[in-house]
Design a protein around this ligand. Structure first.
Ligand code: SAH
Length: 232
């Protein structure tokens, strides 16, 4: 089994002692039941993995913190050379969270919840966003990633289209996607789909609109297939 992986904000350096936050400490001590002297991987979220040794915890109760000594540093090998950012209209319930886990495992760099004309889940509360971020980080840890999948602040489609000149908007009624599919930015619509006006707006901004076939895919299926095509 891989060593448990935790992300700690940089800068980090070999030989340094660092404290892990109380919730990570709780997970390592109470859930995984690790002991002093055991080895974990501490990652700075920028692609550097440190072999770290657990020291005795300090503090008590909910504030108890595990400390570690950082040993040798190695570059993380689990990140794609191709950076993929996906904007996707949120769907309610657990389906969105399962999708985030899968996109984290695939190596997607960021997911931006998109607000479109037909997005149902307009109210994306701060606690929900925090929960999505936790889900994304935990899935990225388990996948061994050097940087966790980032969940950006929700954005209107028009703004997301402005973040890149040549992304791809996925739309069932567009022409079939080409064999070579090398986009860094993908947009996936809500359950009701993108409106014709949104599809034209994307085209007007230099984005390509492609279909993944004649079937009506669920939001999360379209996002996953788009990620597979872009990353392989
Ligand atoms: N009937 C809707 C389907 C929405 S499905 C429509 O007319 O578009 C939700 C999103 O998944 C769509 O907005 C699109 O981004 C993506 N999607 C679903 N099926 C797709 C397909 N066959 N090709 C490309 N994208 C698709």
């Amino acid at each position: 089994m891989n060593n448990p992986r935790v992300y700690v904000d940089p800068p980090l350096q070999e030989g340094q002692q660092v404290a892990l936050d109380p919730s990570t400490s709780h997970h390592l001590m109470r859930v995984l039941r690790l002991n002093v002297g055991q080895i974990i991987t501490v990652c700075d979220g920028q692609g550097n993995d440190y072999r770290a040794t657990l020291l005795p915890p300090r503090g008590t109760g909910r504030q108890q913190q595990v400390w570690v000594t950082l040993g040798s540093c190695q570059p993380n090998k689990a990140e794609h050379a191709h950076a993929l950012h996906i904007g996707v209209a949120p769907i309610s319930g657990e389906r969105f969270e399962r999708m985030l886990e899968q996109l984290a495992e695939m190596g997607v760099v960021s997911v931006t919840p998109l607000l479109t004309e037909r997005t149902n889940v307009r109210q994306i509360s701060e606690p929900k966003l925090q929960r999505w971020r936790r889900v994304a980080t935990e899935a990225s840890q388990l996948a061994g990633r050097g940087s966790p999948l980032r969940i950006a602040a929700p954005m209107r489609l028009v703004q997301f289209l402005q973040t890149a000149d040549d992304g791809c908007l996925l739309h069932q009624l567009a022409a079939p996607a080409p064999v070579t599919f090398e986009y860094n930015h993908l947009a996936v619509g809500p359950e009701g789909g993108f409106t014709n006006a949104e599809v034209s707006m994307a085209g007007g901004r230099g984005w390509h609109c492609w279909s993944l076939g004649p079937r009506n895919l669920r939001v999360e299926t379209a996002a996953l297939v788009g990620a597979v095509l872009s990353l392989h």
